[in-house]
Design a protein around this ligand. Structure first.
Ligand SMILES: [Cu+2]
Length: 268
């Protein structure tokens, strides 16, 4: 299952790709319409720090020392996810809206290591298509992406059909899609809640956003969660949610804010 080489667009005897499976159950026909209501391209990659960048005074950047010794964070759509201090589901009112961002609303002057609570808003009951694009491209590394709250139908998986393109990226995936070359198969696409994105490849899945809430979507490698390979799919509005039960547990920020340089007193 799920060969790492991601060669899924021609017959083979040694492996089965998820896209070659068929759903044993009926599939919601609306999911299979040509155009989804919402289409979200999500490229993901690593960002490499120079170690000295991690010792700039009054900063405290998260990072992972990868096996090769690189100091990295993860970006999805050029954003590294940071968790909010309280759950949006039960304490949204207390969260500063400036914590949240997405590809269309990046914080001003957010640098290469842009960090915020990455949240994508999805209308209730919309048919959503997600296109994951692997820009990491470490050999034999396939990121297993998992969505909470749903199962999704996998309609496409593979690598660029263009032999001249050595590495896939967002621009190329958009171009393939425009030219009708991002293949989708609508014959009983299998339902999954986790899918490994083939190295240097893409995955296309769809779901009906009929479960309102704030759902984490993330790579399932623990190290990658910690360094930001996540986002929140926010489905519907507060009106679509039941009230918070009385006495529901609460939490807040246990980290003091980082003191900005101008506020440091010089005690001579
Ligand atoms: Cu990952």
């Amino acid at each position: 299952m799920n060969p790492l080489d991601a060669i899924c667009n021609k017959p083979r005897k040694d492996a089965v790709c998820v896209s070659q499976l068929r759903n044993a159950k009926k599939v919601d026909q609306a999911i299979l319409q040509e155009r989804p209501d919402v289409k979200i391209f999500l490229p993901f990659r690593f960002l490499f720090y120079k170690p000295q960048e991690l010792f700039v005074p009054h900063t405290y950047n998260k990072f992972l020392v990868a096996p090769g010794g690189d100091h990295v964070i993860s970006l999805i759509d050029e954003i590294s996810f940071s968790f909010p201090p309280s759950p949006p589901l039960s304490q949204l009112d207390e969260l500063d809206q400036d914590l949240f961002c997405n590809g269309d609303n990046r914080p001003i002057n957010c640098g290469a290591n842009c960090q915020c609570t990455h949240m994508v808003d999805i209308p209730y009951n919309a048919i959503v298509e997600v296109v994951l694009v692997d820009e990491v491209q470490s050999p034999n590394l396939s990121h297993p992406f998992h969505l909470h709250g749903y199962s999704f139908n996998v309609v496409g998986i593979g690598r660029s059909p263009d032999q001249n393109v050595k590495k896939i990226n967002l621009k190329h995936a958009l171009d393939l899609d425009r030219r009708g070359l991002l293949h989708r198969q609508f014959n009983l696409p299998p339902a999954k809640d986790t899918i490994a994105v083939p190295n240097n490849g893409y995955v296309i899945f769809r779901f009906r956003a009929d479960n309102p809430g704030y759902w984490l979507f993330h790579c399932h490698f623990l190290f990658h969660i910690v360094i930001g390979m996540n986002l929140i799919m926010h489905v519907g509005t507060q009106q679509d949610l039941p009230p918070v039960p009385q006495g529901f547990p609460r939490c807040g920020n246990h980290l003091p804010p980082i003191t900005p340089p101008h506020a440091i007193h010089d005690y001579k």
